[in-house]
Design a protein around this ligand. Structure first.
Ligand SMILES: [Zn+2]
Length: 530
């Protein structure tokens, strides 16, 4: 028999859920508890709607039309899903167009196989018709350069043995000019595989090659912009590169490498299209770290001095893109204040919540973090926001993520103060079958996610959504549960979902039926735990 204090009893009691003004029912804790949230919410001070409202994707991870079930092999692998590229992305464009999202970034945009180039060309045209800019992701010294995969047929060609020439493909360029490769810590050129070739940022020839490639991209496809990255999986250790940098042997990227290529990208794009968006990835946060951080790592903070240097080197039209995962609830390691120093006029704020890079998975419920990202961006004067777009809104948690992103950006439901209560009551509840039904759905889904996860993660990127449902001790409680207790909880939740879905019909029934199926899939894992 369970006592009132046992984990199972606590879970069965349901726990608190957050009231949308930022407090937790059954708890004195605020949801995020930082000063910016209070000042934003207290003063109602928001800047205008963000100018840049962007979904970020890798082509292999997009799954909007699952009539085609093949999947790709990761960001440095092949994409067997490419045959379905246009069908996936046209659906995404339609959704964006209807929800005020005006750009889609695509990594792996250019692949030759499966008629990939023509598919991309068609998508650019379709995006223009619908008011959604198609923005290819481009590596300067990494990620294949401008043309990601020139193989005509991936089913017949081994990637590592492929040696065909393509003037806009980085491995091809470096195979012709091996002296321009980046040098590893051992003093020899890196050997990381075809998709991960690295060029030395200090060699002028590499920059000139990039400019030629980037100009071709704009001319050939009449694109309305692009996202540019230097690379974040290795730095060059040649003497020239060592001289101009700070950072240590373990660095994976260097802010000192950004100014020259990003300036070049802006200049080339402007010649082709004066209104082009050139989104320059900083891999950094603009907020203040609470503890000292190792330089040269992904998502760490950029100092004000570094910000100033980068901004001084770039034209006003440059759009800097920031990684703010460490500055949003529920794991703030960076302090994000309203008067933070933004070095440039145009800034896109981006987080990885609800994506394939989230510990909770790409179907993560991330409404509060995404909502806070948009609110804080508007409060501090950042004029752009971005989240991941790989998962279809047929998945209810991703649909909710997209809707809060859109609504708090000034589109969708009327909500000028970016108020969560309004969002849940007016936008989500009708989709879930009635008053407070979306909160109930969230409570079950989030709790069940952590039961399924079953272990504690201290990773800085971990998204502790149990705070959103007012259950700060949830993981501790779950860790005390036996497998049988976890299984029993999931079965109870499935029954709850079934009882509710059986009273509903149409689309609201579908969202509960989706949850019921998800719960049974989770329960299956506990039938024979390994
Ligand atoms: Zn170098």
């Amino acid at each position: 028999m369970k006592t009132a204090g046992s984990a199972s009893a606590v879970l069965a009691a349901g726990g608190g859920f957050f009231t949308a003004d930022g407090t937790c029912q059954n708890s004195n804790q605020t949801m995020a508890g930082d000063s910016l949230q209070e000042s934003v919410m207290g003063s109602g001070k928001f800047g205008p709607n963000p100018k840049y409202r962007v979904l970020w994707t890798w082509d292999y991870g997009v799954f909007w039309d699952d009539s085609f079930y093949w999947q790709g092999k990761g960001s440095t692998g092949e994409n067997q899903r490419r045959a379905h590229f246009l069908k996936d992305y046209m659906r995404m464009v339609d959704f964006c167009s209807a929800h005020g999202i005006n750009g889609i970034i695509i990594w792996g945009a250019l692949r030759a196989h499966d008629n990939g180039v023509e598919q991309f060309r068609e998508l650019v045209k379709y995006g223009k018709q619908k008011g959604v800019k198609i923005l290819p992701g481009v590596g300067v010294f990494s990620y294949g350069g401008v043309f990601f995969d020139p193989r005509q047929n991936i089913h017949w060609v081994n990637a590592e043995q492929f040696s065909a020439s393509n003037p806009y493909w980085l491995p091809s360029w470096l195979s012709q000019h091996p002296e321009l490769q980046a040098i590893g810590p051992d003093g020899k050129p890196y050997h990381m595989g075809m998709y991960s070739a690295l060029a030395c940022p200090s060699k002028k020839e590499n920059l000139e090659w990039f400019k030629r490639s980037f100009a071709w991209l704009f001319e050939e496809f009449q694109i309305e912009g692009a996202q540019v990255e230097i690379g974040d999986y290795g730095i060059c250790h040649c003497d020239d590169c060592k001289k101009k940098r700070t950072g240590g042997e373990g660095s994976v990227l260097m802010i000192e490498d950004m100014a020259e290529p990003y300036l070049a990208a802006c200049e080339v794009a402007k010649k082709a299209n004066p209104d082009a968006w050139v989104i320059c990835e900083t891999y950094s946060s603009f907020a203040s770290p609470q503890k000292a951080e190792e330089p040269g790592q992904f998502s760490t903070a950029m100092s004000d001095t570094q910000k100033q240097r980068l901004a001084d080197a770039l034209p006003e039209t440059a759009i800097l893109q920031w990684v703010m995962d460490r500055a949003v609830p529920f794991n703030p390691m960076h302090d994000w204040t309203e008067n933070v120093y933004l070095p440039s006029k145009n800034n896109i704020v981006r987080i990885h919540h609800g994506s394939q890079w989230a510990v909770n998975g790409k179907d993560e419920w991330a409404v509060y973090s995404i909502g806070e990202m948009v609110k804080r961006s508007r409060a501090c004067g950042a004029n752009g926001v971005s989240i991941f777009g790989e998962e279809s809104p047929a998945s209810p948690p991703n649909e909710a993520n997209y809707l809060v992103f859109s609504e708090f950006s000034g589109f969708g439901g009327k909500n000028p103060n970016c108020d969560y209560k309004t969002f849940f009551a007016n936008t989500l509840d009708p989709l879930y079958g009635g008053s407070d039904m979306s909160l109930e759905w969230r409570r079950i889904y989030v709790t069940a996610h952590f039961i399924r996860l079953g272990f504690k993660v201290d990773d800085a990127m971990f998204h502790q959504t149990y705070h959103e449902i007012g259950r700060p001790d949830l993981m501790d409680e779950i860790l005390k549960m036996s497998t049988a207790e976890k299984r029993s909880e999931l079965r109870k939740f499935a029954q709850e979902a079934h009882d509710l879905s059986s009273k509903l019909s149409g689309e609201s029934c579908r969202r509960w039926a989706w949850l019921e199926n998800w719960l049974w899939r989770a329960e299956f894992l506990f039938q024979n735990p390994h």
